[in-house]
Design a protein around this ligand. Structure first.
Ligand code: UN1
Length: 509
């Protein structure tokens, strides 16, 4: 595998993790070796940014911003279109790098790149639709409207589980509004970031556009903190844990910067006795098992109605029994490894705690060894039946653990559903109009994403993606989220021959 990823990356002589408009040939940070979670094999190294590299990149990014704002939004969109085309050509290759580095299945690795292509298309259309409102002025021969101007240099901090698509959700949208982006990828998935940046920056160079995407690999405590505390970085879009997000939020608020926070999810699906059982089974299995339970949107809690509890659980366990765990590069495998040893330990600890809190593990729940991949991080997905909402079920464990709860009335189901601190995604499986409308009403799901008869995971790019409560309140990707990357300006123009004042105030001189 070692040779393969080096070849696929096209990075034989390049392991720089810093891009300042050019690949910095000798960054002054540390050299990290990366190992695939699939089999523990070495897949490449990356040299991270030092404080000095950081300063250099921020200065270059500020310079790039001065150039970038002289391009009209449709011209900026044209660049994103070219990038989208190149991503289409490189989908398979980049997808494979995602799989090797994060352990995603082949279709999910490619899906990650497809998500980048989709958001590129969206951003191209958007580049001609950055609409402001015009409002009626109370003053004669006056015109009022709102316009959206770019913020400047922004920072995008991404996590390992979506190592490139979340970058593009933020960056392609921000770029058409006129912003310039510094990307700090997760230390667990920097090779994907280097590979993606290599593709993107070559398109930019070939087409004589200014480089507007910059890369700083490095740890959260160095590079992450530097970005967070730097008033030159107008917005930080952060994806990561609740604890880290709280620190980012406080630090950025102190300097009146802006944040977009995409923190933990602890997503629940309610399956009622009126559900189409086949759809529900597929939705729950995909939600709970895809990406080995390492999505922010993973279904972590199943809330099942009393009447169907036993029959549904029996079928669900049959589905789990048939799901193949193993080498994600092999066809037919649906669940690959966890990202690292710590993740396996978190999985085991959570199961232990759930047991202490009255849970019964009725499927899986232990580490497994896959023949030939002994150094990979594989677990058997767990189903844990809980007597009630307990502290461990209020936590997000980034692993395939599905806690199951029993309920009698929909009100009770919604109470259980909303009892956790996180508020990212949710779903209900039912064919009953009243049940689904209740779930979607003000007394229903308290999450940023609410789904009916489909999984908590697998959102499309066209909607605003994000969540409430401890998830941090941020929104990324589609809809009118582009406004978050802009400063809003209210404009008043007097084109008359007098200067009337608002509220009828007179000021005669
Ligand atoms: C994340 O887990 O951080 O909705 C993002 C989904 C994906 C994105 C997840 N489209 O599952």
């Amino acid at each position: 595998m070692r040779k393969r990823i080096k070849e696929e990356l096209g990075l034989k002589d390049l392991n720089s993790g810093v891009f300042d408009g050019e690949w910095v040939s000798n960054p002054k940070g540390k050299k990290y070796d990366l190992f695939s979670p699939i089999d523990g094999e070495f897949i490449g190294s990356v040299v991270t940014a030092s404080k000095e590299d950081y300063e250099n990149v921020v200065r270059k990014a500020e310079k790039a911003y001065e150039k970038w704002i002289s391009y009209t939004p449709p011209k900026r969109g044209e660049l994103i279109r070219l990038i989208g085309e190149e991503l289409r050509r490189n989908k398979e290759k980049l997808g494979r790098i995602v799989s090797l580095e994060t352990g995603k299945t082949v279709v999910e690795g490619e899906g990650e790149i497809q998500e980048m292509i989709d958001i590129a298309d969206f951003a191209v259309g958007l580049s001609r639709q950055l609409y402001g409102f015009e409002m009626a002025s109370e003053r004669f021969e006056h015109r009022m409207y709102e316009q959206y101007l770019p913020l400047g240099v922004i920072g995008v901090v991404t996590s390992f589980n979506f190592p490139s698509s979340v970058f593009s959700w933020n960056s392609f949208i921000a770029a058409v509004t006129g912003d310039v982006v510094i990307w700090k990828p997760s230390s667990k998935a920097p090779l994907t970031a280097v590979a993606v940046m290599k593709v993107i920056t070559e398109v930019i160079k070939k087409n004589n556009y200014p480089q507007i995407f910059f890369l700083l690999t490095g740890g959260g405590s160095e590079i992450g903190n530097a970005l967070t505390e730097d008033p030159r970085i107008k917005l930080i879009s952060f994806t990561g844990s609740v604890a880290a997000g709280r620190r980012v939020s406080e630090a950025v608020a102190r300097r009146f910067g802006r944040v977009i926070l995409e923190l933990g999810g602890n997503n629940g699906s309610i399956v009622t006795s009126k559900a189409d059982i086949n759809i529900a089974l597929k939705g729950i299995a995909f939600g709970a098992l895809a990406t080995a339970g390492q999505r922010c949107t993973t279904t972590r809690r199943l809330i099942l109605q009393d009447e169907i509890y036993e029959t549904f659980m029996k079928k669900l366990k049959e589905v789990y029994e048939n799901v193949k765990v193993g080498n994600p590069l092999e066809e037919g495998v649906l669940v690959g490894p966890l990202i690292d040893e710590d993740a396996v330990r978190d999985f085991e600890n959570a199961i232990e705690q759930a047991k202490k809190q009255g849970g019964k593990v009725t499927f899986g729940g232990e580490r497994i060894k896959i023949m030939g991949l002994e150094n990979g991080f594989y677990v058997k997905p767990a189903i844990v039946e809980m007597p009630a909402v307990t502290p461990i079920t209020c936590e997000e464990t980034f692993a395939p653990i599905l806690y199951v709860f029993r309920y009698k009335t929909l009100d009770e189901a919604i109470r259980i559903h909303n009892a956790v601190p996180q508020g990212l995604s949710s779903s209900i499986f039912t064919t009953d109009l009243r049940e689904e409308e209740t779930f979607l009403s003000a007394r229903g799901s308290d999450c940023g994403l609410a789904n009916v008869n489909t999984a908590t995971a697998g959102a499309e790019i066209g909607g605003a993606f994000g969540g409430e409560k401890d998830t941090g309140g941020g929104r990324e990707s589609g809809s009118d989220v582009w406004k978050l990357y802009c400063r809003r300006q209210t404009v008043t123009i007097n084109w008359g021959k007098d200067i009337p004042l608002s509220q009828g105030v007179r000021f005669e001189i």
